[in-house]
Every structure is written in structure tokens, then in C-alpha cells.
Design a protein around this ligand. Structure first.
Ligand SMILES: Cc1ncc(C[n+]2csc(CCOP(=O)(O)OP(=O)(O)O)c2C)c(N)n1
Ligand SMILES: [Mg+2]
Length: 510
């Protein structure tokens, strides 16, 4: 590599590599560049591309196509690369001439960051790389940021006239660094603020008195949570990507909806809006805040801590559940939080433990959470590595389900090779707990019989310290929760990777 401003980072599995790029792009706020190997390598990376599309992570991804001189004969590892990538990325390029590469790459990077941001794919035949061509190194374009939306006066009229407004803070708010601006608006309106379902960043401070928690990922439950509000301001939210089907709309018909997004495809996409606004989220909210403040009187409402009990209840339940290994999962995540430095970034891919973790972690500091709304497992380990590479000044702790970890374990190879000081915490319940919970909710008799077909990871708990050892990552299994807290606190300043294998209780079995 001749370019000294590029660092070429290696991984041994494409899933880990794309996840690393995702974490890196989010930490730096710039598109990451990924190079994969032919059709098979692209196929391995596709889960990560689907996640990046959902999470709006900009990246440019290339894969080498087979030599065109025998492509017609279906050589090994060739395939329809563009066709494979198409459903997982926002745009594809089938490069056929070396002299097209600079222009195509420029377009790819431009498209990757354009709202909605996402991955862009280029297929590059290997014989093309041997072509001689005179190309100029592409100069960089300087683009001014997207401006504020129009019709903000009308939006302010509508929101200020509401007697009971709610706000849904979507991941666009955190991504576009607009949390402070949204807080100002929420406080002017005295609005309850819900995080979007399964949010993958921090879009409103978790312990702010107006924060009413995250919406559940089911339309009927969202509808229930939003019933009684006469205006709902949906900001930066790909609304709402429910998980389980339920009939009916997510937002009650009685509410007037104002929706703001930098993606012109979003307002009005899944439900009709009274007013759709398209513009840069930070600049739009900054311009909207004084318009609302001028229309409401602060005596109309007081910002009282309406939701504090959610937080204190979870913490007292956690403290009451402290005990010996295998630990209660809520107590275990509480012990992890107790060891976290203030500036830690959490990469969360821990499903049931992840929800518990979010209930006891303050989530106050924007830019401190990495998760994927895409839902494709296997991003946590790689994303944590990329997060640290993108911003080495902040300690990174990955909180991972034992099942999730199995989908991205090869990432530990890169952590060891580059000595990335991430703390990987495996919430080891020996099972896919969330899927057992789903069977219970749906009335399966599995819990009576005591067997859940295919949902235990092994008859005994898998030993993740041995997996870490195999890859050359130091590992530790706590026998009490005080040592777990201590291990988290120490490892975040150790300068080396560490895997902590935390035995937790799982689903009750007979
Ligand atoms: C690639 C992929 N395969 C399968 C799934 C389905 N899935 C969702 S959660 C889950 C289990 C997660 O288990 P674990 O990480 O142990 O968390 P727990 O439920 O035990 O808290 C599975 C298999 C998925 N989302 N993505
Ligand atoms: Mg599990």
C-alpha cells in the first residue's frame, strides 16, 4: 500500500470485517472502505451490509470479480456479485474499465453519505486491476451541509398548540449530533420523549426527567404507549420497523403527526403526517426551538421527573438480586455498569441481557451506544473493534449475548492481532433466551415440558475463555460480582483486549 493516509486492517471473516467497518464509520462519522473476496466473501459480508443499511452506516464495499477472460465459463468463485449485493446495499457499480474507477469511487462515496446513508458496492474484475490507464487521483469535493427544513413556523404552530405532545427520538438525532437541540424543544413543550424501538444510538439523555423509555417494537404496543397524546413529533426515525406483526397503525389516528428527517423518503412513508419536514436534523431543530419557545409559556408546564421510578426500581431490583455465580442477569449487568468509566462506549449485542443493561445504564451521553437496528447477529465483536479504531480515546466495552458472540467470534483474531483494548463481555446463559421467551409468550407448552427444541447452545455452558485463548485474547471468568465490576474497571485502562465470560442464569428448566 502506497497511500500513507490509509490503514489496511485485516480480518479473517468477512462478517467481522464489515462489522468492524460499521463501528469505524460510526465512530469517525466518515464512510469506511471495505475490500471483500469474490462472490463467496461478499456472501459472508451480506448480514453486515443489511445491518449497515438499516443503521444508515455509510461505507463503500468492493469485491473482486473473477477474470473476465474466462467469466463466461463460470470459473470458481465467480458469480453475480451485483445481483448478490443489490438487496443489501443502496447502490451498486459493475466496474468495466479502469479509467471509470475514480469517477465511480467518487460517486460511491458521495452516495454512501447521502441521506439515507448506507453501504454502496462495487464489483471489480481482477483483470481490470492489471489495466494500464492514466488516471488522476480524484480531488475531494467539499459539500455544504443540508440546511434546515422549510415550514418550521407551521410545525411550531402545530406542536405548540398541542395540549399533550410526545416526541419520538430516532437514531437520526444521535447520528446527526442533534440531542441538545431536541432536549431544548422537549423542555419548551414539556413533551414526553420516547426513544424509537430498538434504538442503536443515544438520541435523548436516558435520565432526563422527560425521557419516557424506548417504544416497544410492535405496532399495537407503540399505539398503546402513544394513546392520549394529541401531537407526536417523530424525529430522525425510520418509523418504526416493528419486529412482531400486529394489526393496525403504530400511531393513534387521534394524534397529529409532525415528522422530520434528513431522508426525503421518510416523512409520510408508513403513516400519513399532518406535516412532513425534510432537512438536516440538527439545523432544523436548532431553528425550530426558538419558534416553539416563542409560542409557549414556561408556566404552561413544569419539567418534572415523571419517569424517575423506572430507573430507581430497576436499580433496586438489581441490587436485591446480587448473589453467587451463575449470576442473576440483572445483577450481572448492574455489576458491569458499576465498573464502567464515564466516557465508555458500549457496543450492545446482548438481546435479553441488553434490555436489562439498558434499564440500569444511564445512557446520558450521546455517542456512547453502538447497536444495530438491523437485527442480524454477529456485529458486536467486530463493531467494538471498529469503534475503538475510529476513536481510540474512549474505552470500549462490548456487552454480548453468548449466542450473538458465536456469529462473530472470528473478530477476536483482529482484536488480538492489532491489540485492540476492547473489553468483550459475554452474557453466558447457555441458550437463546429470547427465542425461548418468544415461545412462552406465544403459548407453547415448551416451558411445561421443560424442553425448547434447538434453543440450548450446549448441554453445559460453552467456555468462552477457551475460545478467547485460541485467538490469543486474555480471558477471565468472575466467580463473584465484585470481581466482575473490578475486571471491567481495570480492563478499560489496561491497553489490551480482554474477554470476560459471565455465567448468568437462563430460562427456568425442569
Ligand atoms: C444471523 C441471525 N441468525 C439468527 C437470528 C435469530 N436470533 C435472534 S436473537 C437470537 C438468539 C440470541 O441469543 P443470545 O445472544 O444468547 O441472547 P439471549 O437471548 O440468550 O439473551 C437468534 C438466534 C438473527 N437475528 N440473526
Ligand atoms: Mg444466550
Amino acid at each position: 500500500m502506497d497511500a500513507d493516509d490509509l490503514e489496511y486492517v485485516l480480518g479473517v471473516h468477512e462478517g467481522s470485517v464489515v462489522a468492524m467497518a460499521d463501528g469505524y464509520a460510526r465512530a469517525t462519522g466518515r464512510p469506511a472502505f471495505v475490500s471483500l473476496h469474490v462472490a463467496a466473501g461478499l456472501a459472508n459480508g451480506i448480514i453486515g451490509l443489511l445491518n449497515a443499511s438499516r443503521s444508515r452506516t455509510p461505507m463503500v464495499v468492493t469485491a473482486g470479480q473473477q477474470d473476465r477472460r474466462h467469466l463466461l465459463q463460470d470459473p470458481m468463485l465467480s458469480g453475480d456479485l451485483v445481483g448478490l449485493a443489490k438487496s443489501a446495499v443502496k447502490h451498486t457499480f459493475d466496474v468495466q474499465h479502469a479509467h471509470d474507477l475514480p469517477l465511480m469511487l467518487r460517486r460511491a462515496f458521495a452516495l454512501a453519505v447521502q441521506a439515507p446513508a448506507g453501504p454502496v458496492f462495487l464489483s471489480i474484475p481482477m483483470d481490470l486491476l492489471a489495466e494500464d490507464t492514466d488516471v488522476e487521483l480524484p480531488a475531494r469535493s467539499v459539500l455544504a451541509p443540508t440546511g434546515p427544513a422549510t415550514s418550521l413556523d407551521a410545525a411550531a404552530d402545530l406542536l405548540a398548540a398541542a395540549t399533550r405532545p410526545a416526541i419520538v427520538a430516532g437514531d437520526g438525532v444521535g447520528r446527526e449530533d442533534a440531542v441538545a437541540e431536541l432536549v431544548a424543544i422537549a423542555e419548551s413543550l414539556g413533551a414526553d420523549v420516547f426513544h424509537q424501538p430498538m434504538h442503536d444510538g443515544i438520541d435523548f439523555p436516558g435520565r432526563h426527567p422527560l425521557h419516557a423509555g424506548a417504544l416497544p417494537p410492535v405496532n399495537s404496543a407503540i399505539n398503546k404507549a402513544l394513546t392520549g397524546y394529541d401531537a407526536v413529533f417523530v424525529v430522525g426515525c425510520h418509523a418504526f420497523m416493528p419486529h412482531h406483526y400486529s394489526p393496525g397503525p403504530a400511531i393513534p389516528h387521534t394524534a397529529r403527526i409532525v415528522q422530520l428527517d434528513s431522508d426525503p423518503g421518510e416523512p409520510g412513508r408508513n403513516f400519513a403526517v399532518s406535516l412532513g419536514l425534510v432537512g438536516g436534523i440538527k439545523l432544523s431543530l436548532a431553528a425550530l426551538a426558538p419558534l416553539i419557545a416563542a409560542r409557549v409559556s414556561t408556566e404552561d408546564h413544569t419539567v418534572e421527573p415523571r419517569h424517575e421510578s423506572r430507573w430507581t426500581d430497576a436499580n433496586s431490583r438489581a441490587l436485591a438480586a446480587y448473589g453467587p455465580a451463575p449470576f442473576d442477569p440483572l445483577a450481572a449487568v448492574h455489576a458491569i455498569v458499576a465498573g464502567l468509566p464515564e466516557d465508555a462506549v458500549i457496543v450492545e449485542e446482548a438481546i435479553t441481557s441488553g434490555l436489562l443493561f439498558r434499564s440500569v445504564w444511564p445512557m446520558d451521553r450521546p455517542g456512547s451506544l453502538v447497536h444495530t437496528v438491523g437485527g442480524g447477529l454477529g456485529m458486536g465483536i467486530g463493531a467494538a473493534i471498529g469503534t475503538h479504531m475510529g476513536d481510540p480515546t474512549r474505552p470500549v466495552v462490548a456487552v454480548l449475548g453468548d449466542g450473538c458472540a458465536m456469529f462473530g467470534l472470528q473478530g477476536l483474531w483482529s482484536a488480538a492481532r492489532y491489540r485492540i483494548p476492547v473489553t468483550f463481555v459475554i452474557m453466558n446463559n447457555g441458550e437463546y433466551k429470547t427465542l425461548k421467551d418468544t415461545m412462552d409468550r406465544e403459548g407453547s407448552r415448551a416451558s411445561e415440558v421443560g424442553t425448547y427444541p434447538g434453543l440450548d447452545l450446549s448441554p453445559t455452558r460453552l467456555d468462552y475463555t477457551r475460545a478467547a485463548d485460541f485467538f490469543g485474547v486474555p480471558a477471565f471468568r468472575p466467580t463473584d460480582l465484585a470481581s466482575l465490576t473490578e475486571a471491567i474497571a481495570k480492563s478499560t485502562t489496561s491497553g489490551t483486549p480482554l474477554l470476560v465470560d459471565v455465567p448468568i442464569t437462563g430460562h427456568p428448566s425442569h
